[in-house]
Design a protein. Structure first.
Lengths: 273, 255
C-alpha cells in the first residue's frame, strides 16, 4: 500500500459512537495467498463478537493483527478511534514506530490456543510479570491485583504452582487472569478451548461467560464451540475466504443462515458432533 | 535430594578407580627407570598440582569470557541491523575458521606490534575464551531460536519491550536448552587451554613438558597430565553442569 492510498483514511475516528475496534479495508496476503480481502469490521465497546469459519478463512489472522503479531498489508485498524499500526504524520498516516505500537498495544490483551504461560514462573508470577515489568506497579499492588484475578478464575489455590504442574484448563484460566491483569480494553480469545480435553472445556468457557456477564470488556473470540458461541455472543461473523460471508446475532446466524456457504459450514459442523 | 547421594558415590568410585589404574600402570613403567610412580608423584606432585591450578584458573577465566562473548555475539547475530549482524558473523568466521594455536600466537606475538602487549597468562585465556566464544555463540543463538514462538508472542501480548522479552522470558528458557552443549564446550575449552604451554604459561601441560625434559619419564609426566585433564573434565565439569541443569529444572518446576 502506498502512502497516497493511506491518505484516504482518517487520522482518527471521531463522533458519538466511535467503535472500540474498527477494521477499514484491511488486507493481508502471504505471497499469492490472500488471507484477508479488504475486511471491514466494527466492534462496539462492550460487544462480544465471535468469529467462526473453516480453517484458513483468516479468522485467527484477524486476532493476530489486532495483537500486532502480524503486519497488515493494506487498510487501517482503529482501536478506540486511534490507528493501531499507523500513526499520523503531517496530513496522512504512516507506519507506526515502536513507541506508538507499545502505546496502542496496552489496550489489547490476548489468550492463545496453547496458553503460552511462561514455564519458569509460577501462576502468580505469570500474572504479576506484566503489571510489574510493563505497567510499573509495585510488587505488592501487582500481587493483590493478580490474586484477585486468580481468585476470579478459580486458581488462587494453585498460585504457587508452575504451569507444568497444571492441567490445560487450569493453565488457560491462569492465562486469562494474566491477560486481564494488564487491564486491557479489548480481549482476544484465539481458539482458547481447542487444545483442551473435552471435560475441562467447561471450566474455561465458564470463566469467559463470567467475564461477559460481569464486565464491560470488548471481546473478540475465535472458536469452534458453536454452542458456546451461540450462548454468549452479541454477534457472530462467519468468515470464508478472507471475507465476512455472513454476520448477525447468534439467533439469526445459527437459526436462519442466509448464505449457502454458511449453511454448508454449519451443517458440516453439526454432522461432526 | 535422595537421588543425588548414590550418584556421588558412583562418581567417587570411578574417580578412585581412575587414580588406582594410574598408580598401577605407572608403577610398572617406573620400575624400568629406577623410580616408582609413588616416588615420581612425591617428587613432582607439587609442580603437577600448581600446573593443574593454573589450568583450572585459565579454564575459569576463559569460560567467563567465552560465555560473555557467546551471549553477545549470539544476540548480535539475530539483530535486525545488518551491520551489527555482520560484525558478529565476521567475528565468528575468523575465530571458528582459523586455528586456536595461530590465534594464540597472534594475540601474544603480533598484537604487541600494534602496541597491545599482554601478559602471557592473560593472552592465554583471552585466546581460548575468544575462540570458544565463537563456537558458543551458535549454541546461544540455537537455544534462543528453539524457545517456542508462542513465548515470544505471549511476551509481546503483555506489551513487554523487546529487551524485557529477551531478558525475562526468552533467555531463562534458552539457558536450560543450552546447558548440555555448553558442558561439551567447557570440556573442549579445558583441553584447549593446554595450548598456552606453547607460550610458556606454567599450566599443567607446561609442567609435564618440563618434568619430561629433565627426567625423560615421558609416560609418567604426560600420562599424569592426561589423567588429570580427564579427571577435571569428567569429575568436575560434567557433574557441575549436571547439577546446574537439575537446579534450573527444579526452578522451572519441571523436576
Amino acid at each position: 500500500m502506498t502512502t497516497e492510498d493511506l491518505l484516504t483514511f482518517p487520522l482518527a475516528l471521531q463522533g458519538d459512537h466511535v467503535p472500540m475496534v474498527s477494521f477499514r479495508q484491511v488486507s493481508k496476503s502471504y505471497g499469492s495467498l490472500t488471507v484477508l480481502d479488504s475486511l471491514d469490521l466494527d466492534v462496539a465497546e462492550g460487544e462480544m463478537v465471535t468469529i467462526i469459519g473453516p480453517s484458513g478463512s483468516g479468522k485467527t489472522t484477524v486476532l493476530r493483527m489486532l495483537m500486532t503479531l502480524e503486519t497488515i498489508d493494506g487498510g487501517v485498524i482503529y482501536i478506540d478511534g486511534r490507528p493501531l499500526t499507523h500513526m499520523p504524520k503531517g496530513i496522512g498516516l504512516v507506519a507506526a514506530n515502536s513507541r506508538h505500537l507499545r502505546k496502542m498495544r496496552s489496550n489489547i490483551g490476548m489468550c492463545f490456543q496453547h496458553f503460552n504461560l511462561f514455564p519458569h514462573m509460577t501462576a502468580l508470577e505469570n500474572c504479576m510479570e506484566g503489571p510489574v515489568n510493563v505497567l510499573g506497579l509495585s510488587k505488592k499492588e501487582a500481587r493483590e491485583r493478580s490474586e484477585q484475578l486468580l481468585a476470579m478464575v478459580g486458581m488462587v489455590d494453585k498460585r504457587h504452582q508452575h504451569p507444568s504442574c497444571l492441567s490445560g484448563g487450569q493453565q488457560q484460566r491462569v492465562a486469562i487472569a494474566r491477560a486481564l491483569a494488564m487491564r486491557p480494553k479489548v480481549m482476544l480469545f484465539d481458539e482458547v478451548t481447542s487444545a483442551l480435553d473435552p471435560e475441562v472445556i467447561g471450566e474455561v468457557t465458564n470463566v469467559i461467560r463470567k467475564l461477559v456477564a460481569e464486565h464491560n470488556l470488548t471481546m473478540l473470540m475465535v472458536t469452534h464451540q458453536m454452542g458456546f458461541a451461540k450462548d454468549i455472543s452479541d454477534r457472530v461473523c462467519f468468515f470464508y475466504g478472507g471475507r465476512i460471508e455472513e454476520q448477525g446475532t447468534p439467533e439469526e446466524l445459527f437459526g436462519n443462515p442466509k448464505r449457502e456457504r454458511t449453511q454448508q459450514f454449519l451443517r458440516a459442523v453439526k454432522e461432526a458432533v | 535430594m535422595d537421588l543425588r547421594e548414590p550418584i556421588d558415590h558412583r562418581v567417587a568410585g570411578r574417580a578412585s578407580l581412575a587414580l588406582y589404574l594410574q598408580v598401577r600402570i605407572f608403577s610398572k613403567l617406573g620400575k624400568d627407570h629406577g623410580m616408582s610412580y609413588f616416588e615420581f608423584i612425591a617428587k613432582y606432585g607439587d609442580r603437577i598440582l600448581s600446573g593443574t591450578l593454573v589450568s583450572m584458573m585459565l579454564t575459569i577465566l576463559a569460560a567467563i569470557l567465552a560465555i560473555a562473548i557467546a551471549v553477545a555475539a549470539g544476540l548480535m547475530r539475530m539483530s535486525p541491523n545488518p551491520l551489527v549482524r555482520g560484525i558478529a558473523t565476521l567475528y565468528i568466521e575468523i575465530f571458528r575458521g582459523t586455528s586456536l594455536l595461530v590465534q594464540l600466537y597472534w594475540i601474544f606475538f603480533v598484537l604487541p606490534l600494534f602496541g597491545i602487549t599482554l601478559e602471557k597468562f592473560t593472552a592465554g585465556f583471552i585466546a581460548v575464551g575468544m575462540n570458544l566464544g565463537a563456537y558458543g555463540s551458535e549454541v546461544v543463538r540455537g537455544a534462543i531460536l528453539s524457545v517456542p514462538r508462542g513465548q515470544w508472542e505471549a511476551a509481546l501480548a503483555l506489551n513487554m519491550s523487546s529487551g524485557k522479552r529477551m531478558l525475562r522470558v526468552i533467555l531463562p528458557q534458552a539457558l536450560l536448552i543450552m546447558l548440555p552443549p555448553w558442558g561439551n564446550l567447557l570440556i573442549e575449552l579445558l583441553k584447549g587451554t593446554a595450548l598456552v604451554a606453547l607460550i610458556a604459561v606454567a599450566d599443567l601441560t607446561f609442567q609435564a613438558k618440563q618434568i619430561n625434559a629433565t627426567t625423560y619419564l615421558s609416560a609418567q609426566s604426560f600420562g599424569t597430565a592426561l589423567i588429570v585433564y580427564y579427571i577435571v573434565a569428567r569429575f568436575v565439569i560434567t557433574p557441575s553442569m549436571r547439577w546446574l541443569e537439575g537446579y534450573m529444572k527444579r526452578k522451572m518446576g519441571r523436576a
